[in-house]
Design a binder for this molecule. Structure first.
Ligand SMILES: [Zn+2]
Length: 509
């Protein structure tokens, strides 16, 4: 009687294969193998294993491992693949399975496209061809991997978005990111919550309560599946980490940072972080959702440890009020309806209770007059922009002019035979390099000047927005005040965040 094999079909598709249309989709592979198995009277299909989205170099594929375990448990004794590359692209590993491990386990292995079948006597050509085919499969991976890496590098440097998936808040449109209007306001809201004094955890809780889909679930709802989704079965929720990642991501200011991590090569898939100088950073790569001003402000707030264990929001003056005696942060204390700030430094002699309300009234008064005086300023003071930029452009331009004169003198001396051609070329080269360097510095100065001008307008807008504020809130405080130093309830110094920018008094009391 003829042996009937309990046959499994194994399907695999990687992202690279998908792009090339090289081995057909999973469905195509399945149809192809079904037709093959149905046409044979010694094969009976018992199971199917499909690894979708796994590269040929990775042998830790979940379904592949499941198949090996089922082989061990004698559930199957024949494996059919469309061609050897579906099993894998590391030729030594493929050889190992096809010619050593499978026969040892008593498993028949068929690679239809390569006309390979370990269940039948090998022809001389087959024995010869198999390693060569496997070598060719491996070469394909290394070659395409190098090609892809090179072209990604070039595209990254030109500010094109090369990732597969756009970050939450944006959608991919060709090579550029575009704002995802559906979730744009959620991102703005997250930044606003942070400025109001909410912790990352409480922001996550609010979003979950409002039943707003977290980035991963949102992606899924749009039909986008990534490898990480496969591992998660329960509905994912917002977490403080997700909120933190959004608050720290400069992508929302229009800056694209790519190539932060990389793999060593196609064999070693472990990712490592590159040197910052190797990152591809493109400013204004796409439209911003968050202004530089807000992003920088939130960046400063993220650095503060302002949350007590029992509270998800920080208090009005948390981490902004300092002891006038020792300089340490003052702590809040509530006694009945009275709220005080006190110095907890044991070595400090300042044992006074400083009433929250007194500080609040003082800050309100001084801040109101500060906002009024600044909001009258229509344009950035030229003085500020000049004095805060060094090295000075004029100085550099003078230097360039001097170098050019020197070059002219050298040229004349060379003509009159005072210096040789070789000497002239060497010196001329030396001065050309100097000019290049000076021009680079001029560009840097101009760039930073532009950035300050851009931010200046955003800051001024904020001043105008809040100029008639009534009640001091945490958001207003962190936007305009850098810190408050209190000696006692009567001696309070207020330092403004943008005092350098607007000149005038740095503090009031
Ligand atoms: Zn103190």
């Amino acid at each position: 009687m003829k042996k009937i094999y309990k046959t499994a079909m194994y399907l695999r598709l990687s992202k690279g294969d998908e792009k090339d249309g090289e081995s057909g989709s999973i469905t195509n592979q399945r149809d192809f193998l079904m037709a093959f198995i149905n046409a044979r009277d010694d094969l009976e299909l018992t199971s199917e294993y499909a690894d979708d989205g796994y590269g040929g170099y990775d042998f830790d594929r979940p379904q592949f491992l499941q198949m090996l375990s089922d082989v061990n448990n004698k559930k199957i004794d024949c494996i059919v693949v469309k061609d050897l590359s579906r099993l894998g692209r590391n030729h030594l590993k493929v050889e190992e399975f096809a010619q050593l491990k499978f026969p040892k386990l008593g498993v028949r292995f068929i690679a239809v496209g390569n006309d390979m079948d370990t269940g039948r006597e090998k022809t001389f050509n087959e024995m010869l061809a198999s390693p060569i085919i496997n070598l060719a499969n491996e070469w394909y991976v290394s070659e395409t991997s190098v090609k892809i890496r090179r072209s990604q590098e070039i595209r990254r440097k030109s500010g094109d978005f090369v990732g597969n998936f756009a970050v939450y808040g944006y959608v991919k449109n060709g090579k550029k990111l575009e704002i995802d209007e559906e979730v744009k306001d959620i991102i703005k809201q997250i930044f606003a919550y942070k400025i109001e004094g909410k912790s990352n955890k409480s922001i996550a809780e609010i979003l979950n309560k409002r039943e707003i889909l977290c980035p991963m679930e949102y992606k899924l709802s749009k039909g986008i599946h990534t490898a990480t989704h496969l591992k998660i079965h329960e509905k994912a929720l917002w977490s403080s980490n997700i909120v933190k990642r959004i608050l720290e991501n400069p992508v929302y200011t229009g800056t694209l940072i790519q190539g932060k991590t990389t793999t060593k090569n196609y064999r070693d898939k472990q990712r490592f972080v590159r040197e910052k100088s190797d990152w591809a950073i493109t400013e204004n790569a796409h439209e911003a959702i968050i202004s530089d001003f807000i992003f920088d402000l939130v960046g400063d707030l993220l650095g503060l440890d302002t949350y007590s264990k029992d509270s998800n929001s920080c208090y009005l003056f948390s981490h902004f009020l300092y002891c006038g005696n020792c300089g340490k942060v003052l702590y809040r204390r509530a006694e009945k309806s009275n709220i005080y700030y006190v110095c907890k430094n044991k070595e400090c002699e300042n044992k006074r209770n400083i009433s929250e309300n007194t500080v609040k009234i003082a800050v309100e008064k001084v801040l109101k007059s500060h906002l009024k005086s600044v909001s009258k300023t229509a344009e950035p003071t030229e003085n500020f922009i000049d004095t805060n930029n060094s090295p000075d452009v004029q100085k550099l331009e003078q230097e360039i002019a001097q170098i050019r004169e020197t070059q002219e003198t050298l040229r004349a001396e060379n003509k009159r035979g005072i210096i040789s051609n070789a000497e002239f070329l060497e010196l001329n080269n030396f001065y050309e390099n100097k000019i290049t360097k000076a021009q680079f510095q001029i560009n840097e100065v101009k760039k930073s000047r532009l950035k300050i001008q851009k931010c200046y307008k955003q800051i001024l807008e904020k001043y105008n927005e809040y100029v008639l504020f009534e009640n001091l809130t945490r958001a207003i405080l962190v936007t305009f005040v850098e810190k408050i130093i209190a000696q006692n309830s009567k001696s309070i110094n207020i330092f403004f965040r943008y005092a350098d920018l607007f000149g005038g008094d740095k503090s009031g009391s």
